[in-house]
Design a protein around this ligand. Structure first.
Ligand SMILES: NC(=O)c1ccc[n+]([C@@H]2O[C@H](COP(=O)([O-])OP(=O)(O)OC[C@H]3O[C@@H](n4cnc5c(N)ncnc54)[C@H](OP(=O)(O)O)[C@@H]3O)[C@@H](O)[C@H]2O)c1
Length: 359
């Protein structure tokens, strides 16, 4: 006789080991046992994409040594049952293959055992067990691994598209909330300022803003170097109208440069940087009653709230929700709609070939 497995809580609280009462995201430790409850999905994990804030912090503390980075990640996951960076508080996501679908979920979802899948919920709340880190791609933040992960009933996931390299999909889906939110926030005739325009989320945000604005309005990109490959690509493709070379942490200098490029200031500021200390500059770049969308994980609520108060600016400030309806489809379609952007992502984010892995 077949014995039915128990269902866990749809938000995964049954996997919280410590502290009592925590949810998986704010828990210190999760149960990573690779046996799914009746309403969970067990996946074999092939690669992690650490979010940019977390990966930059780990790179710095491991002096860019790939072996040390691998050890750091293994130690975190062993200790916490998830890849949750204690310094930045952020995670990332994974790609892998479905090994087992709990019996309560089997009939209700369009997913089969063996399907290639990307998680669309943060690694900070995903039970993860790693047997090995096989490779670290410093430039992309991809980490090839062997391990397992559990997706709760409430988790979002996406089948990997057949027409896009899994590493590229991983990079795009990690920041899918950015282009999908811009789709809702940007409107024709707006002035849009994208800070950190030459990163993954920044490039997709510029592309989506251009699609929404058409030939109207103005898109100002801010990046540390206007001569960088992505900055030149954005300008050449008309995805940015004016590029401003600035350090977004230098508040007044950023404000002066952006006001020279767009004296009317921005209806919409999108912050996509991976460093601290850019809240005040972002707020100053917005016009009164404008909107500042803080996608960056390096954003401080305190700095943003008190900064806006100090400037006497009535801006609407939005936290970059990683989830937006249809965000995966919107982000992948943004790439398909922009072949030059797709070629750039293929060049920089395709998964490493075996020869490039850790020996
Ligand atoms: N809200 C969410 O759900 C969510 C999800 C995923 C990631 N994130 C966060 O979003 C942020 C961006 O992620 P990403 O993957 O797009 O990162 P990314 O590809 O590393 O891009 C970051 C960009 O910021 C630029 N930058 C760095 N320092 C700067 C400075 N001082 N002034 C101006 N620009 C600067 C970088 O320029 P250079 O490369 O030229 O230095 C780079 O283009 C990170 O904080 C990440 O953790 C949020």
């Amino acid at each position: 006789m077949k014995v039915s497995k128990k269902a866990g809580h749809r938000f995964g609280t049954h996997r919280v080991i410590a502290p009592p009462g925590a949810m998986p995201q704010n828990a210190w430790k999760l149960d990573d046992t690779p046996v799914p409850f009746a309403n969970e999905i067990l996946c074999d994990v092939d690669a992690l994409n650490l979010d940019s804030a977390s990966f930059a912090q780990i790179r710095a503390c491991c002096s860019d040594d790939e072996h040390k980075i691998a050890e750091h990640i293994l130690a975190t996951v062993r200790e916490r049952g998830k890849q949750h960076n204690a310094v930045t508080g952020s995670g990332g996501m994974f790609v892998g293959r479905v090994r087992e679908i709990g019996e309560d979920l089997r009939s209700g979802i369009d997913l089969r055992e063996g399907d290639a899948i990307a998680s669309l919920v943060s690694l900070t709340l995903t039970p993860l067990r790693l047997d090995a880190v096989a490779g670290v791609q410093i430039a992309s933040g991809h980490v090839s691994v062997r391990g397992t992960a559990i997706l709760f009933e409430s988790a979002s996931w996406s089948k990997l598209p057949a027409d896009i390299d899994p590493g590229v999909a991983l990079a795009v889906l990690d920041v899918a909330g950015a282009p999908a939110q811009i789709d809702k926030l940007a409107r024709p005739d707006m002035t849009v300022v994208v800070i950190g325009a030459d990163g993954k989320s920044g490039m997709l945000a510029c592309a989506k803003a251009r699609a929404r604005l058409g030939a109207s309005g103005k898109i100002v990109g801010v990046a540390p170097r206007v001569g960088s490959e992505p900055a030149r690509l954005l300008a050449a493709e008309g995805l940015v109208d004016i590029f401003v070379e600035a350090d977004a942490r230098d508040t007044l200098s950023l404000f002066e440069k952006v006001s020279a490029a767009a004296p009317e200031l921005a209806d919409l500021v999108i912050n996509c940087v991976n460093v601290d200390g850019t809240e005040l500059g972002s707020i100053l770049c917005a016009k009164d009653s404008g909107t500042v969308y803080f996608f960056s994980m390096n954003t401080s609520f305190t700095a943003a709230a008190l900064g806006a108060e100090g400037f006497g600016k009535e801006v609407t400030m939005l936290i970059g929700n990683g989830y937006t309806k249809d965000h995966a489809a919107i982000a992948l379609q943004t790439l398909r709609d922009n072949p030059a952007l797709a070629a750039y992502f293929n060049k920089h984010y395709a998964l490493a070939r075996p020869a490039e892995r850790l020996s």
